[in-house]
Design a protein around this ligand. Structure first.
Ligand code: ATP
Ligand code: MG
Length: 354
């Protein structure tokens, strides 16, 4: 089978981690006996430097014509002075918009062996394994009107959702839960927000089509507490844009290491966009010490959600686990008693296990 994957290396450590992710993809294709085309395209500061635009039309075209897109990271101090519409971050927002990816997935799990890096007590972290599904293209961040009123003495932001926008992301969450522990926690503020009351109704309607999945609606303030007090109760958490923004960063801290967090952004039918949660890390770029594992775990998500290769995805996750359990650490990971390994060495160790 031929698969087309576009790789967007971007800036900072982006090219360093996508280079290793590319090696991983090549080896997976080889193992499966398939020919995959892995094409690179420009985005972010690198694209601006070469073309004057952070998201050139060729990049958009290549991404749209592929089965999945893997992104490194964009941005850095070199481009911070640029006007908003040509800054690297505009390239990232642009590609999300172009691909129509409305559901942002962030798996949060703890890795035995890395628990020391978390601010929470190890006993609280046992068995933490959840996916937060955040609505990405609607709600308070996009609703109109959004402006100053009354000569600057009042202000309005608008939390707007259509039924369709809520239904598609909620359905996505139920589908993911079906392949996991079959539990959906829907986070809202239905005691005060009309939008949350409609959200809750739609969750209940959708639940009828997934009789094997249990659903639990909870209020966002309670969810924020529960994430710290009893994080292992969650399987799939689905919520609107702003709540998801806040809760996914809160949950990210549980794992203790940004270098281990992957993400996926999915739309309906078109290619998914996969990227590490971390940024371009300009402070360590070019030193060969970046942790490539958030990129590897993003590749696992790509195989699972865009290519339907569940076994290959699990094999990568198991290889990451085995490598961590064997005691290998990049510099960002706590608990190394010996010299930490670099980007290429960590990559080779994990690929050897796949
Ligand atoms: P952004 O604005 O894009 O989020 P940032 O600088 O705020 O960028 P990151 O780029 O994620 O955030 O970096 C935060 C810290 O984590 C930095 O000290 C960086 O070196 C470190 N870091 C991020 N990713 C990795 C990685 N893959 N390996 C090692 N350290 C990392
Ligand atoms: Mg930042």
């Amino acid at each position: 089978m031929t698969r087309h994957i576009t790789i967007l290396p971007g800036d900072g450590i982006g090219p360093e981690v996508t280079k290793e992710a590319r090696r991983l993809l090549e080896e997976v294709a080889q193992t499966l006996g398939e020919t995959w085309t892995l094409e690179e395209a420009l985005i972010g500061g690198a694209a601006y430097d070469q073309t004057g635009h952070p998201l050139p039309p060729e990049t958009i075209a290549k991404c749209k014509a592929s089965d999945a897109v893997l992104l490194g990271a964009v941005g850095g101090p070199k481009w911070d002075h640029l006007p908003g519409d040509v800054r690297p971050e505009a390239g990232l927002l642009g590609i999300r918009k172009q691909l129509g990816v409305f559901a942002n997935l962030r798996p949060i799990r703890t890795w035995p062996g890395l628990l020391l890096a978390s601010p929470l007590k190890p006993e609280l972290l046992d068995g933490v394994d959840m996916v937060i599904v955040r609505e990405l293209t609607g709600g308070l961040y996009f609703g109109e009107p959004k402006q100053r009123l009354d000569g600057g003495n009042a202000v309005v932001d608008t939390l707007h959702y259509t039924r369709h926008e809520i239904e598609r992301v909620v359905r996505q969450a139920f589908e993911i839960a079906q392949n996991r522990r079959k539990k959906v926690t829907s986070v809202d503020k239905a005691n005060v927000l009309e939008s949350s009351r409609m959200w809750r109704e739609i969750v209940q309607e959708t639940a009828a089509a997934f009789p094997d999945v249990t659903v639990e609606p909870i209020l966002v303030d309670s969810a924020a507490m529960q994430l710290i007090q009893r994080p292992n109760q969650f399987d799939v958490v689905v919520t609107e844009n702003m709540f998801g923004d806040i809760l996914s960063d809160e949950a990210a801290v549980l794992t203790g290491s940004i270098g281990m967090l992957p993400s996926a952004s999915l739309g309906s039918g078109g290619p998914g966009l996969y990227e590490p949660v971390h940024g371009s890390a300009p402070d360590i770029a070019g030193q060969g010490i970046a942790n490539p594992l958030a990129g590897f775990l993003s590749v696992a998500m790509l195989l699972r959600h865009s290519l339907g290769l569940e076994a290959a995805a699990t094999a990568i996750e198991d290889a990451v686990l085995a490598t961590i359990e064997a005691g290998h650490r990049t510099r960002d990971l706590a608990g190394h008693d010996s010299e930490p390994v670099g980007t290429e060495e960590m990559s080779a160790l994990v690929r050897h296990e796949v």
